[in-house]
Write a protein that binds this ligand. Structure first.
Ligand SMILES: O[C@H]1[C@H](O)[C@@H](O)[C@H](O)[C@@H](O)[C@H]1O
Length: 647
């Protein structure tokens, strides 16, 4: 047996023996009878240690397995799950309100005669407001606590939904969207922090990742609601936008009865309340060690960093928090730069390119896209405590980059065999349209004012013309052969808006599906999860406010520039660009992201003590095969070669 392995077994046995001794002492002290099975397991473990079979790897492994089984019986109290799910409703609302607007706009633009500027305003005002309120949320969180911020966010969601459902004009709609955006920003930075602070270390990653599961769940639910209400031409949008009031009200009333984060309370000196809540969260198990460690940590931090000056300045001048901030903001930036929201937003176009002609079908297939994003986030929830944050993020981003290359290649191949425009019918209104200047479908497709009207001979495009699109419906041309839907379909004519019919479209579809499969379990949730754990308590709200702000700012930047990027670089150029960003992100994450799995929040700061680009190397799990397992209010080291056992 190698020296490392034997050290490992020795360490394991020592830890187990300490653990069991500690546990027995507690049971005796509490006068608890303890289950017969537990006692038997413990006796056999201690006996095994006294037999001193330290050199035997086999008995070490058996011992370890027995101990693991024992630990698994120490269940996490259900209250932590209840609290996490109620908080994650904030994630659901974030996903719902950002996702629902595309479907609502289809109906709104007809009913309220919205031009392109107003449509863009209604979408980006929410994201812009979210960026601002995420930043402001940092101050609020520090001053008032997590609970009031979650209550504020659910209040804003409810008020916004009410205003939107009752709106009579576009100005009121804009007001409602801003209010909802303010709610999204506060929720997006507070909920992960709150969950991370109440969760036991061995479940923290999983519980915070559930918040992102709720985000993608909200996006999926929104796309289904969009699909259903798209059949209700009059006032359908009121239901789409107003429905979010239901989870918002549930969250508001739920949180009236749920507690403040014990860590925040300790920081504010409300120690009695903090103790009571911590003990409630741990199912009345002994909490002394956890409580002391939080308290000592706060005191040490105050000594080390001082308490004077704005938190952001203290964060920037203290190397470990400065490094953590760079890692947190970098992760959020690369999440958005790898193009998730353009892939989601343009999924209908990508699907249409693959031959889906019907608009309604495209809406439902876009719901399918959102569903894939949701289901694979669930895979992330399952993987996060098994693989750890670092491996999961690296694996996810590698797959995302490859998928982006496939997606871009699909567009590239399609552009290369782009059908020629063969007919140039004169414009009956004699207006000068740009559409006549294109001699290939590719140019025609990239111009938002034009579409291709064509026939199919077997599978090749014939008799094609590039014609202005109808201002009211992208499903038909403004004039000519393709201007009357029922007539042109009877005559075997086709209308392609925003896509070109080519035999390589399936490559883009394959890229899209692979993209979601790889992005959703890692790059989707990990930036939120990692940010909720890498800052010390004094810097946590500010750190999360900054990184969430970065997420929202890059969200706006990428979504707003996509069409222009596509116009200058074409679609394949845009997706190759995102693949390049994903490649840069990989280098950054490989060098800088340490593993935080299983560590107590108070231990994580030490991972950033070394120079920034060596943080990624301080992956204790890889080097020492050690995992931290929380049992009854304390953390114990356990040798780990089979992390999947530990749940
Ligand atoms: O983590 C989330 C999630 O992956 C969403 O699908 C995406 O729309 C958000 O921008 C992102 O922050």
């Amino acid at each position: 047996m190698s020296r490392k392995a034997s050290d490992n077994v020795e360490y394991t046995l020592r830890s187990l023996s300490n653990l069991m001794g500690e546990k027995r002492r507690r049971q005796q002290a509490e006068g608890a009878a303890g289950s017969a099975a537990a006692a038997a397991g413990e006796r056999s473990l201690i006996a095994a240690e006294s037999c001193s079979s330290l050199n035997s790897a086999a008995s070490g492994a058996e011992l370890e397995r027995a101990a693991r089984r024992q630990f698994q019986q120490d269940e996490t109290p259900g209250f932590v799950y209840v609290v996490s799910v109620f908080s994650a409703l904030g994630g659901f609302l974030f996903g719902y309100d950002t996702g629902v607007v595309s479907g609502a706009l289809l109906l709104l633009k007809r009913e309220l005669n919205l031009d392109a500027l107003w449509q863009e305003l209604l979408v980006s005002s929410t994201v812009g407001a979210a960026a601002l309120s995420a930043l402001a949320g940092g101050v609020l969180n520090g001053l008032c606590g997590r609970r009031p911020c979650i209550l504020l966010a659910s209040g804003l969601f409810t008020a916004g939904a009410g205003v939107l459902a009752a709106a009579r004009d576009k100005e009121t709609l804009l007001g409602g969207r801003v209010v909802v955006g303010l709610g999204i920003g506060v929720a997006s930075m507070t909920v992960p922090v709150y969950i991370a602070e109440v969760a036991p270390p061995h479940l923290r990653g999983r519980l915070v990742t559930i918040n992102t599961l709720f985000i993608t769940g909200g996006q999926f639910f929104a796309s289904v609601v969009d699909g259903l209400f798209s059949y209700l031409a009059k006032d359908g949008w009121r239901y789409m936008l107003g429905l979010s009031a239901v989870p918002a009200v549930i969250q508001f009333f739920g949180f009236l009865f749920l507690p403040e984060s014990p860590r925040w309370l300790i920081q504010k000196g409300q120690t009695q309340r903090a103790r009571r809540i911590l003990s409630q969260m741990r199912g009345n198990q002994a909490i002394d060690e956890e409580y002391d460690s939080i308290k000592n940590n706060i005191e040490e931090e105050e000594k080390e960093v001082g308490a004077a000056g704005p938190v952001i300045c203290r964060m920037l001048t203290y190397p470990p928090t400065r490094r953590a901030l760079i890692v947190g903001c970098g992760l959020q930036m690369f999440q958005q730069l790898s193009g998730i929201n353009t892939v989601m937003y343009y999924s209908a176009t990508i699907l249409q390119m693959s031959g889906v002609q019907d608009d309604r079908l495209a809406i439902w297939l876009a719901a399918l896209t959102a569903f894939i994003n949701f289901i694979f986030t669930l895979v992330g929830v399952w993987l996060v405590e098994r693989m750890g944050r670092r491996k999961l993020t690296l694996g996810s981003l590698t797959g995302t980059a490859v998928a982006l290359i496939i997606l871009a290649s699909g567009f590239l191949l399609s552009a290369q065999v782009s059908p020629r425009v063969t007919l140039n019918p004169p414009d009956p209104s004699h207006q000068n349209s740009t559409c006549t200047k294109y001699s290939y479908c590719n140019g025609c497709m990239l111009d938002p004012d034009c579409g291709l009207c064509y026939k199919l001979n077997k599978s090749s495009v014939v008799e094609s013309s590039c014609i202005p699109v109808d201002k009211d419906s992208t499903m038909k041309a403004a004039w000519g052969r393709c201007s009357n839907e029922t007539v042109f379909k009877k005559e075997d004519l086709f209308w392609a808006y925003n896509f070109c019919p080519t035999p390589y479209s399936w490559t883009a579809l394959l890229g899209l599906i692979l993209y979601l499969i790889f992005f959703a379990p890692g790059m989707g949730p990990m930036p939120w999860t990692v940010n909720s754990e890498i800052y010390p308590l004094w810097a946590r709200s500010t750190g999360n406010a900054c990184s969430s702000g970065v997420n929202w700012v890059f969200n706006v930047l990428v979504s707003l520039t996509f069409l222009h990027t596509a116009e200058y670089l074409t679609y394949y150029g845009a997706f190759f660009l995102y693949a390049g960003f994903a490649g840069l992100g990989l280098v950054f994450i490989y060098g800088c992201l340490p593993e935080t799995k299983g560590k107590k929040l108070e231990e994580i700061e030490s991972l950033f003590e070394n120079r920034l680009c060596t943080c990624g190397m301080s992956d204790s799990d890889e080097g020492r095969y050690i995992e931290y397992i929380r049992v009854k209010g304390s953390n114990y080291h356990l040798s780990d070669n089979d992390a999947s056992d530990v749940e």
